[in-house]
Design a protein around this ligand. Structure first.
Ligand code: ZN
Length: 522
């Protein structure tokens, strides 16, 4: 990658990360060589062997003693990797971590969708945003894609969330999730005896496509440019939750503002069955429909894709659209196993995500990478070519492509943004060190993550968060939780009547033929 001159590479603070093993996707991924990384401002200036540019490095070491404008991070015995990109995440239910289990998707939705909770305090919006970002930073995630459903959908709610992100210093591609069809995806498969009260819960509230698009456009215009590290994305929640007018409106915004698009596609069998029913003109395919409305583009990343067919994978490859694979939430919500090695083999770009805190319970790319590799065995007992290095690429370069930040993040090269993570190789996960790539994916659980740098800013140094007061955050969180827990219990109680009908619908879907299967038959 050519070194790119830029204003912030000429000026700003210098950081020298000295003597670490630096992970290069195209280098020795088992035994990465020792390299020094020089950062100036927000960008990497050079990645060099210890004996190169000695005078310049010595000058930085000397200057660091007397000036805050230079800093040296000793990384001997450590691994330096590009920061992970969490390509599918929602921050609205961070406080529901650990509250739910053993629920299929639509039952989970009853307990987690922001619309059921109504408006939240500014303090809660801020704390939940910070807490989710904090977990990302502690797990080596430097960029996240927050697909956020704003309730209420207003400027104040948006501003509180964005300012929390600016405060903690993580890189965020933020999208406002829009939809104008209110009903749960499984609604068409409910048994005929569904009660009126249950139907009222499941039906949701429709919205106006023009108003949804106008709100998003107003916010993009009002808040461009966003503070450093924040950029915009666009998100129709899912094609089946959107009218054609809404999707065309998103496509128009994407073209006019040059933005990436993130949307949920084929997460569940119910969504697939619904696609077969409502997209008759497009062979029952949500992917063909997306292509028809102009939303299957090189800037489009679909979340999940569990129920993609081989044909649809080929169409995605043709349109150079990508997928954000969320192996943990797919399993926790009983959605099935996504055909990701088939997608990889077809040349579809694959990114990885950790999804909601209430359906994955952990913002850990280590879990996502490991599961990405292991799940290939569910459908194929032979080698599939899905290897640790591929998982690392999906978690970094794949994410960078999805975020429309290719060439900026995802690798440690001169000219790229300084988004990186220092991992302690003394941790038992790395003893003995046989392969950096394989141990990063199969052994590391997050314990070794020591220092996280985003955009040239040190957001965590030797496990201490540098941007916010973590103890104060915990105190404020504790003071908010009685209200959250009470409201969570009230939502669960208010929606309880719908659960048996949703489970009955899910049961009916088991034998419903959609042409493919994403569960293992016993
Ligand atoms: Zn999602």
């Amino acid at each position: 990658m050519a070194e790119r001159p830029s204003s912030d590479a000429q000026s700003g603070r210098q950081i020298l990360i000295r003597g670490g093993r630096v992970y290069d996707h195209d280098g020795d991924i088992d035994d990465p060589p020792v390299r020094d990384i020089l950062i100036r401002g927000s960008r990497i200036v050079s990645v060099t062997a210890p004996d190169e540019d000695s005078e310049l490095k010595q000058e930085i070491v000397s200057r660091a003693v007397i000036s805050d404008e230079a800093r040296v991070i000793e990384a001997r015995g450590k691994l330096v990797i590009p920061g992970f990109v969490n390509s599918h995440y929602h921050s609205y239910d961070v406080l529901a971590k650990g509250l739910l289990e053993d629920m299929p998707f639509d039952v989970w939705a009853l307990h987690s969708q922001p619309a059921y909770f109504g408006s939240r305090s500014r303090a809660e919006l801020r704390i939940r945003t910070l807490l989710g970002a904090l977990e990302c930073i502690r797990n080596g995630i430097t960029t996240l894609q927050d697909m956020n459903s704003l309730v209420p959908q207003d400027e104040e709610t948006l501003d509180v969330i964005l300012s929390a992100y600016a405060e903690i210093g993580v890189r965020v591609v933020f999208s406002i999730a829009v939809r104008d069809v209110g009903a749960l995806d499984i609604a068409p498969f409910l048994p005929p005896d569904v009660s009126e009260a249950a139907m009222a819960i499941i039906r949701g509230a429709p919205k106006d496509a023009r108003e949804e698009i106008a709100f998003v456009e107003r916010q993009i215009k009002r808040l461009t440019p966003l503070p450093p590290r924040l950029t915009w994305g666009l998100s129709p929640s899912g094609p089946q939750r959107s009218s054609r007018a809404l999707l065309e409106g998103v496509s128009d915004l994407a073209q006019r503002f040059g933005l990436p698009i993130f949307t949920h596609v084929y997460e569940t069998k119910a969504q697939t069955a619904k696609a077969r029913a409502i997209y008759g003109e497009h062979a029952g395919s949500m992917i063909r429909y997306l292509a028809a409305v102009g939303l299957l583009t090189p800037r489009t990343t679909i979340a999940h894709g569990v129920w993609l067919t081989r044909d649809e994978i080929a169409i995605m490859a043709e349109h150079r659209a990508g997928v954000a694979h969320n192996p943990i939430s797919n399993l926790k919500l009983k959605s099935g196993v996504a055909p990701m090695h088939a997608a990889m083999q077809a040349g579809v770009r694959v990114a990885l995500g950790c999804d909601n805190c209430s359906c994955g319970d952990s913002q850990s790319m280590f879990q996502a990478m490991k599961m990405f590799c292991l799940l290939a065995a569910v459908t194929d007992p032979n080698p599939t070519g899905v290897r640790a290095a591929d998982a690392i690429k999906a978690a970094t370069l794949g994410g960078a492509q999805a975020m429309n930040l290719e060439g900026e993040i995802g690798a440690l090269r001169a000219g790229m943004k300084a988004d990186l993570v220092v991992i302690d190789l003394d941790d038992v996960a790395w003893q003995p060190l046989n392969s950096a790539a394989r141990q990063l994916v199969f052994s590391e659980a997050g314990r070794g993550v020591e220092t996280t740098i985003v955009d040239g800013e040190i957001v965590m140094f030797e496990r201490k968060i540098a941007t916010i007061d973590e103890a104060a955050l915990r105190d404020e969180l504790a003071s908010l939780m009685p209200t959250f827990r009470r409201d969570f219990a009230n939502v669960a109680e208010a929606n309880r009547e719908a659960i048996p009908y949703l489970l009955a619908a899910n049961e009916r879907l088991k034998s419903h033929d959609v042409g493919i299967n994403r569960f293992v038959a016993l």
